[in-house]
Design a protein around this ligand. Structure first.
Ligand code: URA
Length: 278
């Protein structure tokens, strides 16, 4: 393989940044002991903030482990669930997600991408996963699809600064911008569920297939699911949240012909919000 094709192969696999000054010969180092393909190694090995006390009492963020643990994906899901259970405020949840080391995509990402917008907004938007720009800046939807998302919501008078709160169904960029796999989504799901419960939006907007499959547990295409409202609930929520499903803006950039349908979805958002406030 010539050098250019080799570089292209790396790029296609998501290796698009040099992250050290010197090459490291990993093959001469000891391989991690892991008996299961896809097993998560080293949960909670990143340094985290120390315990702090608030009006809710003392919150101790997940403690770092000096010895890497070797966990299965189901153990990582269980760990995420118990950490999400323990987060009592948005700040605690963010701290917990940033400290969590149980999802493999965190290893290749440069930043944890938690949220943007107004936490008191009536609308919470959940997208798929951070892309390259989001991974650089640590802000969801700050690249080309985010600009379209902002324009779409501005068309019904909603701004990111005041009227919407934005996050994703996973908090780290999957290598090469691939779709998060079911395992990665399942590991992040307890945090996403708690995130929704803490924000308690009047309306939840799910952008694209990943967020829809993960949160509504429906495997149909967006074309079949859009245009209706759903009652979303999870174990942290005491009353259902009105939810709509929309095409992902990245999809609309590739398929501009579907913008007409997306406009209908925005009108649905507008109508649902009107109905909720009357
Ligand atoms: N696409 C997403 O789904 N989320 C982002 O944050 C950026 C692009």
């Amino acid at each position: 393989m010539d050098k250019k094709s080799l570089l292209q192969w790396y790029l296609d696999a998501g290796v698009d940044e040099a992250i050290g000054n010197e090459p490291v010969q990993y093959f001469s180092m000891h391989a991690p002991v892991s008996s299961e393909v896809g097993a998560i190694t080293s949960i909670n090995t990143v340094p985290v903030a120390s315990a702090h006390t608030s009006s809710l009492g003392t919150y101790a963020p997940p403690s770092p482990s000096s010895t890497p643990l070797h966990h299965t994906p189901s153990a990582a899901v269980a760990m995420a669930r118990s950490l999400a259970d323990g987060a009592r405020t948005l700040e605690e949840l963010e701290e917990t997600v940033r400290a969590f080391d149980g999802c493999v995509i965190k290893k290749t990402a440069s930043k944890t991408v938690f949220s943007d917008g107004n936490p008191k907004a009536r609308v919470m938007i959940i997208g798929e996963a951070p892309g390259a720009q989001e991974d650089k800046e640590g802000i969801p939807f700050c690249g080309a699809s985010g600009q379209l998302l902002d324009r779409m919501f501005a068309a019904i008078g909603l701004s990111r600064k005041n009227d919407v709160y934005i996050s994703n169904s996973v908090f780290w960029r999957p290598p090469g911008n691939r779709t998060p796999n079911p395992e990665e989504s399942a590991i992040c799901l307890p945090f996403v569920e708690k995130h929704i419960a803490l924000i308690k939006p009047a309306l939840l907007v799910l952008c694209g297939g990943s967020a829809t499959t993960s949160l509504l547990n429906k495997d149909a295409s967006i074309s079949r699911l859009r245009g209706k409202t759903y009652d979303y609930t999870n174990s942290y929520i005491d009353s259902p949240i009105k939810t709509v499903v929309m095409y992902h803006p990245a999809y609309l950039l590739r398929q501009p012909g579907h913008k007409r349908l997306a406009w209908n979805d925005l009108l649905l958002v507008e109508n649902v919000l009107k109905g909720l406030s009357s």
